[in-house]
Design a protein around this ligand. Structure first.
Ligand code: HEC
Length: 147
C-alpha cells in the first residue's frame, strides 16, 4: 500500500502529493476533480469520446481540403488538452492514470504534427498509438464506475 502510494504520488503532481500527505493515501478523485464541476463522465462523453471518434473517422476518410484538415487539427488539439484536464484538480489517482494521460498527451501531439504536415497515413499510425491510452486507463479505472 505504501509502495503504491509512493508510486502514484511520484507519477501525479506535486499538488497531489501534498494533498495525499495531508489527507493520507487517498485515491485521487477519479470520477471528478476536487473543485471544478466537470465529472470524468462528462469529460469522456462530451470531449474525449466525440473528438476521438470524429478524428478516427476523418483520418480514415483522408481529409480532402483545408477545411477538413482544420477540423482534424482541432480534434487532435482538444484530445491533447483533455490529457491535461485528466491530470488537473486532484483527479489523478495513481501511476496507471498518469501514464495513460501521458500517452494521450504525447500521442495526440504526434497526431497533430502529422496533421500539420498533411500526412494522413502518418496521422492514422500516430492515432493508433494514441488510443492505447484509452484502454490502459479504462482497464483499471473505468470498470468500477459503470453507467
Ligand atoms: C487517464 C484515464 C482515462 C483515459 C486516458 C481515457 N479515459 Fe475514458 N474514461 C475514464 C474513466 C475513469 C471513465 C469512467 C467515468 C465514470 O463513469 O465515472 C471513462 C469513460 C469513458 C467513456 C464512457 C463515458 C462514461 O463515463 O461511461 C468514453 C466514451 C470514454 N471514456 C472514451 C475514452 C476515449 C476514446 C479515450 C482515449 C482517447 C479515453 N476515454 C481515455 C478514464 C480515462
Amino acid at each position: 500500500m505504501k509502495k503504491l502510494f509512493l508510486l502514484g504520488a511520484a507519477a501525479c503532481s506535486a499538488a497531489l502529493l501534498l494533498t495525499m500527505v495531508v489527507t493520507g493515501p487517498a485515491n485521487g478523485q477519479v470520477t471528478k476533480g476536487k473543485t471544478r464541476p466537470l465529472t470524468t463522465h462528462q469529460l469522456m462523453e462530451g470531449l474525449v469520446g466525440p473528438n476521438c471518434g470524429g478524428l478516427s473517422k476523418a483520418l480514415k476518410a483522408k481529409p480532402a481540403d483545408a477545411k477538413a484538415w482544420k477540423k482534424v487539427a482541432t480534434q487532435a488539439a482538444l484530445l491533447n488538452e483533455a490529457s491535461y484536464i485528466l491530470m488537473a484538480d486532484g483527479r489523478c489517482p495513481d501511476g496507471v492514470w498518469a501514464g495513460a494521460a501521458k500517452t494521450l498527451r504525447e500521442g495526440s501531439a504526434a497526431v497533430l504534427k502529422k496533421i500539420e504536415a498533411k500526412d494522413a497515413a502518418g496521422a492514422q499510425a500516430a492515432f493508433a498509438g494514441m488510443t492505447k491510452a484509452c484502454g490502459a486507463c479504462h482497464k483499471v479505472h473505468k470498470k468500477a464506475h459503470k453507467h
